[in-house]
Ligand binder design. Sequence first.
Ligand code: RB5
Length: 147
Amino acid sequence: MKITIGSDHRAVALKEEVKLVLKEFDNIEVKDVGTFGTDAVDYPDIAEKVCADVTSGRADRGIVLCGTGLGISIASNKIKGIRCALCGDVYSARMSREHNNANVLAMGGRVTGFGPAGEIVRVWITTEFAGGRHERRVNKIMALEEK
Ligand code: RB5
């Protein structure tokens, strides 16, 4: 599985932690689009880079991080083809995959600690979309992009 990850300046440390967690998986290839330091960057620019990889197929899924996870998840969900789930707990992470087929995970570097974030990532990576009745609903979400 190919994953593109990115964060603004408020979540660089969480990004490094998430990359360590992703190293636990043999079959995951990670691309980091930054940012890499403390200089302020605008989270919509990071969302655009990560989501471009997902919508083009260069990545199977994306992970986006900012201070709260709010701005970068809102920005990501403006991009056609993206279903970004802001998760602060493992149950939401699982449901975002099973029910919503989320292709981008968002978290907040100033909200979610490294331990919980690691568990969220592990569950989000390993949970498959359940399909069935959820497929119809996800299709309706995607159809909203055309209205
Ligand atoms: C950046 O100061 C901050 O606004 C950003 O990291 C995020 O929390 C936005 O939602």
